[in-house]
Design a protein around this ligand. Structure first.
Ligand code: SF4
Ligand code: SF4
Length: 442
């Protein structure tokens, strides 16, 4: 695509990067067919190609964002299906990230929208605040019906509907320290991202990961000082907050590398994985962090990516349960991890089925199911219908956002992939999973 930026505009490295991306797009429109918002709404401006035109126009003319562009960029899930489909290698992720930061800087949202976003950015990345907010959610639950009737309060209703009715206490395993690998043969040393929302909604995911890794002989470090990866605020265009989170984690993991080396930084929420693997890019212009951030990104591994390279022994039991594997967008499009989770589940004795339209987002997408509840609910219902059509007994996925979203409408238990793997390798049976398919390992 031809672009028309002045030399003065191109002196801004963010604009220069976006211009390079824009020039790669050849308007072929292949991406529209796999874009969940285009498939749902049928409007070219809600397709990747349409959004690319809108972003180009805004940046080329050096204009502040207006209501039209904000509407269509806000509807984008950042699912990155368009990047998987694009034959020209257009990096839509970096382009839309830039557009969101530009919107945040130049557009004044209506008061309630600003307030909702400010609250989400203040609460979600901080486990203690999030836990307290979930406790308060019970007070608002009786008013969900009322909030749903008022368009400006729909995000509040969506938040209350997603909030679990009970929450587990913080896990002691998530405190800074070292979990020593069992056995005589040490198979590696890794750090684990304890994260933010996941550690509150389901602390057992990281506990199970630590338990399985240590049983396999891997030492797991929970570094002092790590926290939210920054993805939630990054996708809201809050660059300063996102970069502050990235720098804090880079510092924490760099210390862990210096204190004993790390083979990997293990991530159990694929949404976080996509962002951490991008820290090298996000901090490229910061001379104090560029190199360290690139090293962190190169060490970042989804738990299934790490386990697949570990040469696992035969499982202790082969459950024989039929599992629908839902590949989170951040897993399949963001990180291009498609094979490993299914192969690990199959090796562990599960019968893996893939739902139709597996490339389409479930509508979770960070805070999307709160900020865009109508589109999100349509995508969720479509996803659940496809999952239930597989005839599976359980749904497995590797992202807490998808687990919460799908579980809010599915009749089947929805669990993190690691819990099924841990079960097969001698751990406890995941909650809500029936033992009907259990068969003994040979
Ligand atoms: S990221 Fe997803 S929703 Fe956004 S334009 Fe690409 S395919 Fe569409
Ligand atoms: S598929 Fe790629 S090149 Fe074609 S319109 Fe979409 S982004 Fe542009």
């Amino acid at each position: 695509m031809q672009t028309n930026f002045s030399l003065a505009q191109l002196a801004d490295p963010h604009v220069a990067e976006s211009e390079k991306i824009l020039r790669k797009c050849v308007h072929c429109g292949f991406c529209t067919a796999t874009c969940p918002t285009y498939v749902t709404l049928g409007n070219e401006l809600d397709s990747p190609r349409g959004r690319i035109y809108l972003i180009k126009d805004m940046l080329e003319n050096g204009r502040p964002a207006d209501k039209e562009i904000v509407t269509h960029i806000d509807r984008c899930l950042s699912c990155l299906a368009c990047m998987t489909t694009c034959p020209s290698g257009v990096n839509y992720m970096h382009l839309v990230d830039h557009a969101r930061a530009h919107i945040q800087e130049t557009y004044k949202r209506p008061l309630l929208d600003r307030l909702t976003r400010a609250i989400l950015a203040f609460v979600l990345p901080y486990p203690n605040r999030f836990r307290a907010a979930l406790k308060l959610a019970g007070l608002g639950r009786p008013f969900i019906g009322l909030f749903e009737k008022l368009p400006a309060l729909k995000p509040v209703a969506a938040m209350l509907k997603l909030a679990p009715s009970s929450i587990s206490p913080a896990s002691p395993k998530a405190s800074p320290g070292t979990h020593v690998g069992q056995g005589t043969k040490k198979r590696g040393r890794v750090a684990i991202l304890t994260g933010c929302a996941q550690s509150v909604l389901d602390p057992a995911i990281n506990d199970t990961t630590i338990s399985l890794l240590t049983r396999l002989g891997v030492e797991v470090v929970v570094p002092e000082g790590e926290g939210c990866c920054g993805a939630l605020v990054h996708h809201m265009g809050r660059e300063d907050q996102a970069l502050a989170s990235a720098r804090r984690n880079v510092d924490a993991w760099t210390r862990a590398i210096e204190q004993g080396g790390l083979d990997a930084i293990i991530i159990t929420a694929s949404g976080c994985g996509t962002t951490i693997k991008d820290y090298g890019f996000m901090l490229r212009l910061d001379p104090a962090y560029a190199e360290k951030a690139a090293r962190v990104s190169s060490l970042a591994k989804d738990i299934t990516e790490y386990l697949a390279a570990l040469d696992l022994p035969e499982p202790v039991r082969k459950p024989g349960t039929v599992v629908a594997y839902h590949s989170a967008c951040s897993m399949q499009h963001g990180q291009k991890i498609t094979r490993q989770p299914k192969e690990l589940l199959a090796k562990a004795g599960f019968i893996v089925r893939e739902p139709r339209e597996g490339h389409l987002c479930c509508g979770s997408a960070g805070t999307y199911n709160i900020l865009q509840p109508d589109i999100s609910a349509k995508l969720r219902d479509r996803k659940v219908k496809n999952i239930e059509a597989t005839g599976a007994e359980i749904v497995a996925t590797g992202n807490i956002g998808c687990i919460t979203q799908i579980a809010s409408a599915a009749k089947l238990p929805v669990v993190h992939t690691i819990k099924l793997l841990d079960w097969a390798y001698g751990g406890p049976k995941p909650e809500g999973v029936s033992e009907s398919g259990l068969i003994a390992a040979e």
